[in-house]
Ligand binder design. Structure first.
Ligand code: MSP
Length: 652
């Protein structure tokens, strides 16, 4: 019998800095897919890792006085810790600095050279140091006679040097044909149009694949003046991790070609053009699919990225809201092929409505009823009492598998979750419409009561079995409370009424906590949840995009004197301040700083105050403006002045 196999990869990330939720997004999606395939009986190889060579990384390391390897080792440790907090269950973590990878990349380079796909020439072009990519004049953005990177918008440098080229220009027609004959190769469809319109139709140019004068790269095997430039090194990871070209009998034989490479849309040019051409030159099969996912944007429509400085640290979110909440949010909120917005408010809304209300509450309701009417012991269902409602519930549960599977096979994670939540809602409605509290009043409807409760648990069990694809903690909790082993496959959907009657079920703590959104967001400290780390602090200072004086003039920062302060009732974090701002009226500001200051600490003190921030309501109190503090890691400190100034003095 042939074993079903599945090979999935994420991009290998640059360890030039700590990873942010953009990277988590792709890794969580790949992990979700891997879980789905494992639960569907596939032997799954899930590869992720780090792309550690290149000028940008050696420069970053030098900035903090470290050797490149020492620098990347630290970031890789942090990355692995992050994947462990997110419970990313990868099969192998590849580092491009691993000896086996370097050796195999050199062999790949040699193979390409021996087959005459690589030749020596002179490179003249526009180079983006940040993205480590060359661009032609027509690809670059021209503004005020300067060229800028079409991806990261940084200024490009003109470079001229002898280097080795890969003859990709000869493969444009072949690739366009390949796209036509294999419409499933590159998805979603708009990525094909982007590749054809931007790169293939205008004509491919041969690709510079080496560089001189850099240390932190792999040597060209036969010419050590030249280093292998980042993309041959990076893309090859997908096959060197399996042993190619040294050992092609074991993992490579089993798992190549990959079933899917996930990659953000900005690197589809490499995965959708250079990579298939390289593989064609090597005369080995192409991956079955490259899926170019969209970007996580901040509310302002900007891509979350390290160089823009608008990153959100996943560790803080995991600590605050839990790993399943973050995983759920990222998979539910954004359609995988498109861009989507991140905001903490949207995350909190999802937690409250979908997780705490719909799913968590359903558990609470059914376990409470079980406790009350059947002493926490699952009764037997009685099929003879089935009516229209039972038949509907059964149909919804039994169609879940086809719906979830077709969504996930098309990488529509959000849609799969919508299907699962439909069943959660139908079950909630089933309980409500069946009104078990009325059935409990009369002994003659005891069988019906037992059936309503049994079937609600059955639906909850099936839903939770499917949620093993997305969640890493909650299903274990649920199955544990039901005294059942977690199902190791997804057959549960076909097994209606499979729960063993008589099991004890424990209600336990709420599965998901509800958050007070105002209170959570009430912290008026800058939302950059970046780790307390020396290098990072320097980063923060450099991070914000430049503004001009007219932008600054829009901001009204003044001194204010704290007149009164008190904790906001029933909150841990909020303090209500009344402040004097000079000749204007007193103002009320609510600040999320109770972990740092007692209310009385600041009474009588002069503080910096951002006066023209739009007012908003926190716990029903209209908060006007924002008190300002210096943030050092997790500590807040107020500012002190050399001498007293009147309240309302302008800060500029
Ligand atoms: N090292 C290359 C990839 C080589 S793969 C052979 C690289 N690294 S990266 O660190 O910049 O990571 C890029 C990938 O991280 C994106 O393609 C995407 O998968 C993920 N993301 C980084 N920022 C992201 C968002 N803001 N939104 C969504 N995904 C993001 O490019």
């Amino acid at each position: 019998m042939s074993i079903k196999k599945y090979y999935i990869t994420t991009p290998i990330y640059y360890p030039s800095d700590y990873l942010h939720i953009g990277h988590c997004y792709c890794t969580i999606a790949a992990d979700t897919m891997a879980r789905y395939k494992r639960l569907s009986g596939y032997e799954t190889f899930f590869l992720t890792g780090t792309d550690e060579h290149g000028e940008k990384i050696s420069r970053k390391a030098a900035e903090v006085g470290k050797k490149p390897k020492e620098y990347v080792d630290h970031i890789v440790d942090e990355t692995k810790k992050l994947w462990s907090s997110l419970q990313i269950d990868y099969t192998h973590y590849i580092r491009t600095t691993d000896d086996y990878h370097k050796r195999r990349v050199q062999k790949i380079f040699q193979l390409l050279y021996d087959k005459n796909h690589i030749y020596k020439g002179v490179y003249k072009g526009l180079y983006c140091v940040s993205d480590e990519a060359f661009f032609t004049d027509s690809q670059a953005k021209l503004k005020d006679n300067k060229y800028y990177c079409p991806d990261c918008e940084k200024e490009l440098e003109r470079r001229e040097e002898d280097c080795y080229y890969l003859r990709i220009s000869e493969y444009g027609d072949w690739l366009m044909n390949y796209y036509k004959e294999h419409p499933e190769f590159l998805e979603p469809k708009e990525r094909v149009n982007e590749m054809v319109n931007n790169f293939l139709a205008p004509g491919l140019e041969d690709l510079a694949v080496t560089r001189k004068g850099v240390d932190w790269s792999i040597d060209v095997p036969f010419d050590s003046d030249h280093k292998i430039y980042v993309w041959i090194d990076a893309l090859s990871n997908y096959i060197t991790a399996l042993g190619f070209p040294e050992d092609t009998e074991d993992l490579y034989k089993k798992f190549w070609p990959a079933d899917v490479h996930f990659a953000g849309k900005e690197i589809i040019r490499f995965h959708g053009i250079i990579w298939p051409i390289m593989l064609k030159m090597l005369e080995i099969p192409l991956p079955k699919k490259v899926y170019g996912h969209g970007w996580i944007l901040f509310g302002d429509g900007k891509k979350m990225s390290k160089s823009r400085g608008n990153v959100v640290d996943p560790n803080t979110l995991i600590e605050k809201y839990g790993v399943d909440s973050l995983r759920y949010f990222l998979m539910r909120e954004i359609n995988f092929g498109s861009d989507g917005n991140y905001s903490e408010e949207a995350l909190l809304k999802r937690i409250n409505s979908d997780l705490a209300n719909d799913y968590g509450n359903l558990w609470h309701r059914i376990t409470t009823m079980l406790e009350k009417y059947f002493d926490s012991t699952l009764p037997e269902e009685v099929e003879s009492v089935y009516g229209e409602r039972e038949r509907e519930l059964k149909k919804a549960v039994l169609t879940l598998d086809a719906n979830v599977e077709s969504s996930l096979d098309g990488f529509q994670f959000h849609e799969a979750l919508i299907h699962i939540w439909d069943v959660v809602r139908i079950t909630n409605k089933y309980v409500e419409d069946s009104a078990p509290w009325n059935l409990a009043k009369d002994e003659s409807t005891r069988d019906h009561l037992a059936t309503v409760i049994y079937l609600s648990f059955q639906a909850f069990y099936t839903v939770t079995s499917y949620l093993q694809i997305f969640f890493v903690e909650t299903p274990k909790k649920v199955f544990d409370r039901m005294s059942l082993q977690p199902p190791t496959n997804l057959d549960c959907a076909h097994n209606w009424a499979s729960l063993p009657a008589g099991i004890k079920i424990e209600k336990g703590e709420p599965l998901f906590k509800r958050f007070d959104i105002d209170e959570e967001l009430g912290t008026d400290v800058a939302p950059l949840n970046i780790k307390d780390c020396k290098e990072k602090k320097e980063e923060i200072n450099n991070h914000k995009t430049d503004i001009d004086i007219t932008d600054f003039e829009k901001i009204e920062i003044i001194t204010a004197k704290v007149v009164a302060a008190e904790k906001v009732e029933n909150t841990d974090k909020l303090i209500k301040f009344v402040i004097d701002i000079g000749d204007k009226e007193n103002r009320v500001v609510v600040s999320g700083i109770a972990a740092h200051y007692k209310p009385e600490d600041l009474i009588g003190r002069t503080v910096l105050y951002l006066a023209n921030l739009k007012p908003r309501k926190l716990r029903g109190i209209k908060s006007q403006g924002m008190l300002m503090f210096a943030q050092d890691g997790t500590t807040l400190t107020s500012f002190s002045l050399d001498k007293e100034v009147p309240a309302g003095s302008i800060v500029k």
